[in-house]
Design a protein. Structure first.
Length: 496
């Protein structure tokens, strides 16, 4: 064996390097599969919290109180010096998440957006109470004026099931029936949560056209009522109606509320001022008793007559017999409600959705199919159907009943007021905005503001909706704690 052959030759064998790419792809695939097992909201939430601008998005949603359906705007505002053209301050959505800014939807209904409805209730409380006790630009002297809390109801369109505090609904000694075979009495004692409350004893006898047409003319009937109040006061003072404003001013604030029978009734604050408005007292002859006589007379004498038609006959609409009026005092005393109690009662009502008050729907309907599919009781569905049918009558075309079928023919606002009663929603929003900005907003004749904004969307993605709900709940909890800390029992009065 040669020397060469005696030496063992060692050969190093190198294995090819294993690429990490398949492992990375496998990991990515596994993560994707895990994500697919999550709900759409969870996947969206993961995307949202991993966004570099997540903290800024959260700041925006906190600033609008966790609004459930925010409006998104894109644009900019630049404030310049009017003479030099120097830019004093500027803002643009270019650096915001999605290059857009979230603002409140401002919907008053809690069923649509609870955070905004809560804010609207607070504004309503301030608006009504300012007209009763002063503040928000209204002199404190209004608390010394004559004020009444008046309730005006719709007439009866047929007997309905009702709640009578431990008494039977409609007891009858015998068992009479209408021409359609329905019982005209009810010997049961109903509770507020029973679905039958507010429904007609006989749907075939119920005057659905009269009910709808009363709603359609309720705004005009209110105008006739306020005119009749002023006319009665002028007559009592021996003053021509056109000269009444030289001696006194009658201010109103009213809220429209749907009863369980799905009929509107109005609650109104009525106040007497002098010719200068809230800053001046009414003349000595304009007493509280005279004001009470005026509203009682106006409620009994106001009516609206419609031209006759074969579709509904001739209708003369007026107020129902359940009229009520109470003086308003600085504190509650028996039947006399306080300023805060009246304001709180009105504020709590204006946030209610249609489903909570037998008022129809929170959205408009486009045809009979929508009415049939609506989640409402048979009584409300019949009223909406009557609106749609009468909306096709030529003589009633001016009433626009079909576009307002979702509100059972009622076209008015939930809350209205006369100009001199108190402040406005716009002024309250501006005051709140100025408070948030502090001294950051330049003002004066030497300042010019240039703004360019456009609508770019609305609503939350599924993941964002859950986070916004949590923010809204925290905000509501903080407000509740602050209210309890103030220990103000009259903040939200319970009258009546």
């Amino acid at each position: 064996m040669s020397a060469e052959s005696g030496n063992e030759t060692k050969t190093e064998t190198r294995l090819p390097a294993v690429s990490s790419a398949p492992a990375e792809r496998t990991g990515a695939l596994a993560r994707e599969l895990r994500l697919q097992d999550l709900s759409e909201a969870d996947r969206d939430l993961i995307r949202l919290v991993n966004d570099p601008l997540f903290s800024r998005w959260k700041e925006q949603i906190k600033a609008i109180g966790g609004c459930a359906n925010p409006i998104y705007l894109s644009g900019s505002t630049v404030i310049r010096h009017a003479v030099t053209g120097e830019v004093i301050t500027s803002y643009s959505t270019a650096g915001e998440p999605g290059e857009r800014l979230a603002v409140r939807c401002r919907n008053r209904r809690a069923s649509v957006c609870e955070p905004c409805s809560r804010l609207h209730a607070g504004d309503t409380f301030q608006l009504v109470r300012a007209g009763l006790s002063g503040g928000k630009g209204v002199p404190d002297a209004v608390s010394d004026r004559f004020r009444l809390f008046v309730t005006l109801t719709a007439p009866s369109f047929g007997p309905v099931h009702r709640v009578l505090d431990g008494e039977r609904c409609r007891p009858r000694r015998d068992d009479p029936r209408c021409e359609h075979g329905w019982r005209l009495g009810c010997g049961l004692m109903h509770t507020e949560d029973e679905p039958v409350v507010g429904l007609p004893l006989c749907p075939d006898c119920y005057d659905y056209p009269g009910h709808v047409l009363w709603h359609a003319h309720a705004g005009k009937l209110w105008d006739r009522f306020t005119t009749a109040v002023r006319r009665h006061l002028a007559s009592a003072g021996g003053i021509p109606r056109t000269k009444l404003s030289d001696h006194l001013v009658v201010s109103f604030a009213k809220v429209a509320e749907f009863q369980r029978r799905a009929a509107i009734h109005f609650h109104a604050v009525v106040r007497l001022d002098g010719p200068e408005g809230p800053s001046s007292p009414a003349p000595e002859w304009a007493t509280e008793e005279l004001l009470l006589d005026a509203v009682e007379h106006a409620a009994a004498s106001s009516f609206v007559t419609m031209p006759g038609s074969g579709a509904y006959g001739t209708e003369r609409v007026g107020w129902g017999g359940q009229f009520d009026a109470h003086p308003i005092g600085p504190v509650s005393d028996g039947d006399v409600p306080s300023d805060s109690a009246v304001a709180g009662y009105v504020a709590k009502y204006v946030t209610k959705g249609a489903a909570e008050t037998a008022a129809g729907l929170d959205y408009r309907v486009t045809g009979l199919e929508d009415i049939r599919a609506a989640v409402v009781n048979s009584h409300v569905r019949a009223l909406m159907g009557t609106c749609w049918r009468l909306g096709g009558v030529a003589e009633l075309e001016h009433l626009g009943l079909r576009p307002w079928a979702h509100s059972l023919g009622y076209r008015g606002h939930i809350l209205t007021k006369s100009r001199r009663y108190s402040t406005t929603y716009g002024a309250l929003r501006e005051e709140r905005s100025d408070h948030r900005r502090g001294d950051a907003k330049p003002d004066g004749p030497e300042v010019v503001t240039e703004s360019a904004w456009r609508y770019v969307g609305s609503g939350h993605t599924p993941g964002a909706a859950g986070l916004a709900l949590g923010i809204a709940e925290d905000h509501a909890r903080n407000l509740q704690l602050a209210r309890e800390a103030r220990d103000d029992p009259d903040q939200w009065g319970e009258w009546p």
